[in-house]
Ligand binder design. Structure first.
Ligand SMILES: NC(=O)c1ccc[n+]([C@@H]2O[C@H](COP(=O)([O-])OP(=O)(O)OC[C@H]3O[C@@H](n4cnc5c(N)ncnc54)[C@H](OP(=O)(O)O)[C@@H]3O)[C@@H](O)[C@H]2O)c1
Length: 348
């Protein structure tokens, strides 16, 4: 064991503002807990920073004083669970802390059950990215819900991010013409390097015209990550019988008007949806774990091994920078899937 003290970020108070500020979080330390019967102590190696974490904090689901929730890749330090041994690398939900307990009596976060990882399959950090919930989100929304056909035009927003970069590549593999929407130029360049057919920046004041030009045959499938003005630009391009997966509306996560952003999104699109007979699939990745996670992991591991799917991680160093990295991810100052290397990352 390298450290007898457990450092943590706790939620200081239910956030008042639209976007995170330093005062929302409190740095604490405590002694390492001892694993009880059928429990294990694990050391966090990688921590995932995701938009949904902000929703939990703002809505009061995560309570002031609690260790901030987060999905993690961890190393087993001490185990009293027969299936896990010291040194095993696992996926679990230690949250924003250096060490955590898993096992009997420790709450499981929704569908995120601890599982052992095989470092030979892929770098273990991918278990909170392309080979984890994010990849499964892209797969469920695009492949399972929207069922893209060869030759169709697929538009993906936040296309260089954790979910988006997987969605664009799956759409390419399905034989579609893929149009990506991203912010800064380096993200546009990255998407072009992945083989995305056309990339448009939402920072361009001519987004509607540029997007229209990028979709000469309209849009058959829209993978929605963003909402707001990006959605406004996509709406007029939707073809008859288009399909949308409503994955997220991140441009609205800092709103303070008290309205449900998904409901606003639905009512904004309603007239076009009716006229064009658009099918909107609401996406919650947790609903796809039981049926699709194993199939997905097998398929995606193959794509990564063969180089057919590439992935970009925005790896930040040190638990200390979690609040800043979290803010950066929510506001687009990230590049790829945002995660933190926690603890002694020099020996990884
Ligand atoms: N339904 C589900 O079960 C589920 C599961 C996981 C994730 N999600 C959703 O998937 C989406 C992507 O999540 P992620 O974890 O992969 O994050 P991410 O895409 O890696 O990071 C967020 C990205 O959102 C974009 N963004 C932020 N503010 C924006 C704005 N005002 N206008 C346009 N783009 C903006 C930024 O990209 P640019 O710099 O390119 O603008 C930023 O990089 C989110 O909406 C999230 O809520 C849903």
């Amino acid at each position: 064991m390298t450290n007898e003290i457990n450092a943590q970020w706790r939620l200081a108070a239910t956030p008042k503002g639209g976007l995170p500020v330093a005062e929302d979080f409190r740095w604490t330390t405590e002694e390492l807990p001892e694993p009880g019967q059928k429990q294990m102590l694990t050391e966090t190696l990688y921590l995932s920073l995701d938009p949904y974490q902000w929703g939990r904090r703002r809505s009061g689901v995560e309570l002031p004083g609690e260790v901030c929730h987060g999905r993690t890749v961890s190393r087993v330090v001490k185990s009293r669970i027969p299936d896990f041994s010291e040194g095993d690398i696992v996926f679990n939900t230690n949250g924003w802390q250096q060490y955590g307990l898993s096992g009997e009596g420790v709450g499981i976060f929704g569908y995120m059950h601890p599982r052992k990882l095989d470092p030979a399959l892929a770098p273990v950090s991918t278990a909170i990215g392309v080979l984890g919930m994010l990849g499964l989100t892209a797969y469920s929304g695009l492949i399972v819900q929207c069922q893209p056909k060869p030759g169709e035009t697929v538009v993906v927003s936040a296309a260089s991010g954790g979910v988006g970069q997987v969605a664009v590549q799956l759409a390419r593999l399905a034989g579609c013409r893929v149009v990506g929407i991203a912010g800064a130029q380096h993200k546009v360049d990255y998407l072009e390097s992945l083989g995305v057919d056309c990339v448009v920046s939402h920072l361009d004041p001519q987004l509607p015209e540029k997007l229209s030009a990028a979709c000469p045959d309209g849009c058959d499938v829209y993978f929605e990550n963003v909402g707001g003005p990006v959605f406004d630009a996509v709406l007029p391009l939707l073809n008859k019988n288009a399909r949308i997966t409503l994955c997220g509306v991140i441009s609205q996560y800092g709103n303070t008007d008290g309205q449900d952003p998904r409901a606003v999104w639905q009512s904004t699109g309603q007239a076009v949806f009716q006229r064009q007979q658009v099918t909107v699939h609401d996406l919650f990745v947790g609903n796809f774990v039981d049926q699709y996670q194993d199939i997905f992991l097998q398929e995606m591991a193959g794509y990564i091994r063969s180089g057919q799917v590439k992935y970009k991680e925005d790896l930040r160093l040190g638990l200390e920078c979690a609040p800043q990295a979290f803010y950066d991810m929510l506001t687009g100052d990230n590049f790829g899937k945002t995660l933190l290397a926690v603890g002694d990352y020099s020996v990884r």
